[in-house]
Ligand binder design. Structure first.
Ligand SMILES: CC(C)(COP(=O)(O)OP(=O)(O)OC[C@H]1O[C@@H](n2cnc3c(N)ncnc32)[C@H](O)[C@@H]1OP(=O)(O)O)[C@@H](O)C(=O)NCCC(=O)NCCS
Length: 196
């Protein structure tokens, strides 16, 4: 039997052979008209991951479920915000949200539908967002990832994010990329965006 926090996470040995290309999945920046699809995907993912407190704790889930349509639209596409999605035919199978606060960009809400994981969709949604941040002249990028969320941590680390060593950073699960233009990040973005 799977222990708490283990379900839905394929191990490295379960890595799929299917590439995004083979699965025929499109990834791109979302347009505001797609807000309902993104909302539904996010709510379904929260239900699917409901045992995984590191995706969202119960207080956050309550808050998310109470959002009005206007709040959803603002969170996904308001000023200095953008969202990305992965589409299989017309179904959303992955998403991510991005927001600039006080000059610092933040990556939020990365999620890929369970059956589509380990096909580099999460990496592509990360690369698209970091590339867009670069194009918008951004530099420092933050993201919050639980120390127990190995897939998400590994993905962030592959782009050069580092765990913050201060107590506050540690408690808040903060990961930082000092400069999105650094060579390691740039190389990983190019590798993932050019992947077939
Ligand atoms: C985290 C998540 C988005 C990753 O999406 P994914 O499409 O499966 O990830 P990718 O196939 O693009 O993998 C990208 C990198 O992440 C790491 N990774 C992904 N899954 C992994 C796993 N099960 N074990 C170890 N590393 C993993 C690897 O470094 C991988 O790079 P590689 O392909 O060069 O080895 C997905 O597991 C998910 O939706 N989890 C539930 C929601 C969640 O935890 N979101 C993040 C909240 S902070």
């Amino acid at each position: 039997m799977l222990e708490k926090n283990q379900f839905n996470i394929p191990s490295i040995s379960e890595k799929k052979e299917d590439s995004m290309e083979k699965l025929n999945v499109e990834t791109r920046i979302a347009v505001p008209e797609e807000w309902e699809k993104l909302r539904d995907f996010r709510l379904n993912l929260l239900d699917d991951e409901s045992g995984n407190s590191y995706v969202a704790n119960s207080r956050q889930v309550r808050e998310i479920k109470q959002r009005t349509d206007e709040q959803w639209k603002d969170i996904l596409f308001g000023k200095d915000k953008f969202s990305v999605l992965a589409l299989k035919d017309s179904e959303v199978v992955g998403m991510g949200r991005t927001e600039k606060k006080k000059g610092i960009w933040h990556l939020y809400n990365l999620g890929v539908k369970n059956e589509f994981r380990r096909a580099r969709i999460g990496a592509k949604l990360t690369a698209i967002r970091l590339n867009e941040i670069k194009m918008r002249g951004g530099k420092e990028v933050h993201t919050f990832i639980s120390k127990r969320n190995v897939p998400s941590l590994k993905n962030a680390e592959s782009f050069g994010f580092k765990r913050v060593k201060t107590l506050l950073g540690w408690l808040k699960n903060l990961m930082i990329l000092d400069d999105v233009n650094n060579p390691i990040t740039t190389k990983r973005i190019e590798e993932i965006l050019n992947e077939r």
